[in-house]
Design a protein around this ligand. Structure first.
Ligand SMILES: Nc1ncnc2c1ncn2[C@@H]1O[C@H](COP(=O)(O)OP(=O)(O)O)[C@@H](O)[C@H]1O
Ligand SMILES: [Mg+2]
Length: 307
């Protein structure tokens, strides 16, 4: 309670418990002790304030404030604090996290929209035109596509374009470069991991890229660089249409269209025992081979005549 001059006249032990303010504040001006205090506003205006949220250091509480009126005169003001209990704090925290998740989801779906369409593919040469027309036909299906060809020939461009032209275009397009992720991490990335308790510590679960791509397309770039171990797991997922998060027993169904690409000769890798024949069989239902740039000379016939 403060008096007409804004001097603290009394506090009770509950006030100390909630706010941490000790009785040595008594007899001193409230504003000099608690610069953020709103009680002087009530003293000046004579208006009550209800449910004002306050946060100082590690303490959070809610304050109600009222003027003390005697014979029509404001002689002081009183504030009543209520600490936010655990449940209220958790509810608040949960609400904040929900909001954050929503924002991240929105950002994610924006990130996973494809950038290229068939219109972006330059195909003046007849061999490129043939490939584009085959690729366009595959867009109408859910069949796996394997895109081969040297680096820089536009394999990723085709993957984007196929997804964009497909019925899945409003669903995520998730690209993963298999050669860029260390093999001991890629299983986690692709399939996610369990939620629960490990060595008596809580572990927060994580969705893998397959789950993130659910309903959409997963682009497995440089698939020739996958270890045999992960190839075996990938094969199982493609056969079952379900994934199992690392550390989990139960399966989760996923509806994902696979587009894979590689600059390597997978037949040669199979001969060397570095790639699974049965996985190749699963992936190359449609096999698009993008010709190297040097075989697309016809695009610049006049240039050749110049020299
Ligand atoms: N036919 C094409 N028409 C237009 N741009 C192309 C074509 N082929 C490749 N590019 C461009 O070249 C770059 C490399 O293509 P990318 O799809 O990443 O190749 P890859 O995945 O085969 O290594 C990209 O910027 C892509 O847009
Ligand atoms: Mg590439």
């Amino acid at each position: 309670m403060i008096d007409q001059a804004g001097i603290v006249r009394t506090i009770n032990p509950e006030y100390t418990r909630i706010t941490g303010v000790t009785p040595d504040i008594i007899g001193k001006p409230l504003v000099s002790y608690r610069p953020g205090a709103r009680l002087p506003e009530t003293l000046a205006s004579g208006k009550s304030q209800v449910g004002v949220y306050r946060k100082t250091h590690d303490r959070e509480y809610v304050v109600d404030m009222a003027p003390v009126v005697v014979n029509d005169e404001i002689v002081g003001a009183v504030s009543v604090c209520k600490s936010l209990n655990e449940v209220q704090l958790l509810t608040l925290e949960l609400e904040k996290q929900r909001q954050k998740v929503k924002e991240l989801q929105e950002r994610m779906s924006a990130l996973h929209r494809v950038r290229y369409t068939f219109d972006d593919i330059i195909r003046a040469e007849s061999n490129m035109q043939d490939i584009v027309s085959i690729a366009k036909k595959t867009a109408a299906t859910d069949l796996p596509v394997l895109i081969g060809g040297e680096s820089g020939t536009g394999k990723e461009l085709f993957a984007h374009a196929i997804h964009h032209a497909s019925l899945r275009s409003d669903k995520p397009f998730i690209a993963v470069n298999c050669s860029a992720i260390p093999s001991d991490l890629i299983e986690n990335e692709l399939f996610g991991h369990f939620e629960g308790v490990l060595y008596s510590k809580p572990v927060i679960g994580k969705a893998g890229l397959f789950e993130m791509a659910d309903g959409g397309t997963l682009f497995l770039d440089e698939i020739g660089d996958l270890s045999l171990d992960v190839q075996a797991k990938l094969l199982r997922v493609l056969q079952e249409g379900a994934i199992r998060r690392v550390g989990e027993v139960e399966e989760r169904r996923v509806d994902v269209r696979i587009i894979a690409s590689t600059h390597r000769d997978l037949q040669q890798l199979i001969t060397k025992g570095l790639f699974r024949n049965d996985l190749l069989y699963r992936l190359n239902t449609i096999d698009l081979q993008i010709p190297p740039l040097r075989e697309r000379k016809r695009k610049f016939p006049s240039l050749h005549n110049l020299y």
